[in-house]
Design a protein around this ligand. Structure first.
Ligand code: C2E
Ligand code: MG
Ligand code: MG
Ligand code: MG
Length: 279
């Protein structure tokens, strides 16, 4: 009787999953269309030298300008693009856009401008055969030098080893700098430093947030700067929002930082070629 009345289908959990899957599929199709319609933008956030406020590099961050929904965060669409593989095409576009922009600024500002462009690369991109060849091609096409490009990867992306780790090694061989993003929040943090060539540790915002609080809260930020200098790496403190945090980071030995305190990600930074206030 229940079957007859209910049409043979339970409502609830599996319907929610269906609905979710449906939304993801819809979003996936919209990403495809957005690529063709040119709705993606790249914005740039400065990475600053704490001792003198110089902008040493910028991080490229993608945005989706959706005609109805407004600005959509990458946290929402990057995972979907990774799932359906569109990140490969989107990522290639981001890479070309960011590297071209870096060359424009290099020509405009020279030594006074940012010396490096940092681009986020996801696991799916790293695992794509020919990713290193793509990077080499973009560098040749734009005229950006390999050492002027930083590829940001997460610990999780390279945790599984395999193609992703090989890609990182090949990129490093090419002269591209490798940054471990969100460091300390993923898998196997310290062990990875022995298996993957790394130049830069990006210390996650969560370890910066608590740094000025009383008690033991600077313990991890302190440990990470020690690991970083011990291994001869550069450390970038992420998500710095206050002058107090910047001062404390400097006191602990950090020399590079990024966060709203220095500048938000913007399309056309008007601060390049200048120094930002660090204190
Ligand atoms: P991420 O690479 O760790 O980038 C840093 C994120 O923190 C950015 O968020 C940035 O806008 C935000 N942020 C910077 N400073 C501050 C601060 O002081 N306070 C706070 N609350 N947030 C700050 P966004 O742009 O929303 O990007 C989120 C994540 O999406 C990125 O984290 C990255 O994992 C991914 N993503 C962004 N752009 C790309 C891309 O072009 N390709 C790939 N594969 N992933 C991307
Ligand atoms: Mg990043
Ligand atoms: Mg990060
Ligand atoms: Mg982060």
């Amino acid at each position: 009787a229940a079957k007859a009345a209910g049409g043979g289908r339970h409502r609830g959990y599996s319907d929610d999953l269906d609905a979710r899957a449906g939304e993801q599929a819809k979003l996936g199709a919209e990403i495809r269309a957005a690529l063709d319609l040119g709705q993606f933008r790249v914005v740039y956030q400065p990475i600053v030298s704490l001792p003198d406020g110089r902008i040493v590099s910028v991080e490229a961050l993608v945005r989706w300008e959706h005609p109805e929904r407004g600005l959509i965060s990458p946290a929402e669409f990057i995972p979907v693009a990774e799932q359906n593989g569109l990140i490969v095409e989107l990522g290639a576009w981001i890479l070309r856009t960011a590297c071209s922009q870096a060359v424009v600024w290099r020509n405009e500002f020279g030594e006074a401008g940012p010396q490096r462009m940092s681009v986020n690369v996801s696991a799916r991109q790293l695992a794509e055969p020919g990713f290193t060849a793509l990077v080499a091609e973009v560098l040749a096409w734009t005229g950006l030098a390999a050492h002027q490009l930083i590829v940001e990867v997460t610990e999780t992306a390279v945790f599984g080893g395999g193609l992703a780790v090989q890609a990182v090694k090949d990129l490093h061989e090419l002269g591209v700098k490798i940054a471990l993003d969100d460091f300390g929040t993923g898998h196997s943090s310290l062990g990875l430093l022995q298996t993957v060539p790394v130049d830069i540790l990006k210390v996650d915002k969560s370890f910066v947030d608590t740094i000025t609080m009383a008690g033991r809260h600077a313990v991890i930020a302190t440990a990470l700067i020690q690991v970083s200098s011990g291994l001869g790496l550069m450390a970038v403190a992420e998500g710095v929002e206050t002058a107090e945090q910047a001062a404390e980071l400097y006191r602990l030995g950090y020399r590079l930082a990024q966060g709203y305190h220095f500048g938000r990600p913007v399309a056309e930074p008007d601060f390049l070629g200048t120094r930002v206030a660090v204190g």
